[in-house]
Design a protein. Structure first.
Length: 197
């Protein structure tokens, strides 16, 4: 008797880097190396300062990394900073033909700036969305990744790192995620370590 074990499939490629003056360039090369993990869309968010205030800048679009970031001389000056996260999309939830679902997602909320890039599936996405909407959240996408943003923003904790820890305690499923804040770059995965980092 022969038993065939199918390979674990991992979708989307995520990348994060901090404390590097060429962070967006390193993110570009990281996403290029992860191109096999998603070919629908690509995006990079960089963290920089403007007059001493943290600012996030983003470029994202449909296509391969080399297509979205085809002109180095155009995108590199726009994505200055010492930290960056990136995402290559392979849709598993949310509409694959919606530009709104292209990651990373970026928001400015009561505690500052926040960007999220996520790989995997949240098995309690529907329940969390329903609860968050009943609490006043307004979703902009159909991606389960947006749930992270709303959970973090809903937290009553003062520190962004503590908000992220609290948000992660709510989600279930197989996932890995990189989260960029004004002060932190956080990488996390589900408690079973099912999705690679």
């Amino acid at each position: 008797m022969e038993i065939t074990v199918s390979r674990i499939k991992c979708f989307c490629g995520i990348f994060g880097i901090s404390n590097n003056p060429n962070a967006s360039t390193m993110a570009y090369y990281g996403l290029h190396a992860l191109q096999h993990r998603g070919q629908e869309a690509s995006g990079i968010v960089s963290h920089d300062f403007d007059s001493g205030r943290p600012v996030f800048k983003i470029i994202k679009g449909e296509g391969l990394v080399s297509e979205v970031f085809s002109d180095f001389d155009v995108w590199r000056p726009q994505l200055q900073g010492n930290a960056a996260i990136g995402h290559n999309r392979y849709s598993t939830t949310g509409s694959s033909n919606s530009r709104k679902n292209i990651q990373p997602f970026v928001v400015n909320y009561h505690s500052g700036n926040l960007a999220v890039a996520h790989n995997g599936n949240l098995t309690n996405d529907k329940e969390l969305r329903e609860w968050l909407v009943s609490e006043g959240s307004i979703f902009q996408t159909t991606s389960d990744s947006e749930v992270f943003l709303h959970l973090i923003a809903k937290s009553k904790k003062k520190d962004q790192r503590d908000q992220i820890i609290e948000a992660l305690s709510y989600v279930k499923g197989a996932f890995s995620v990189v989260i960029l804040t004004d002060n932190y770059l956080v990488a996390a995965r589900d408690n079973h370590g099912f999705r690679p980092m």
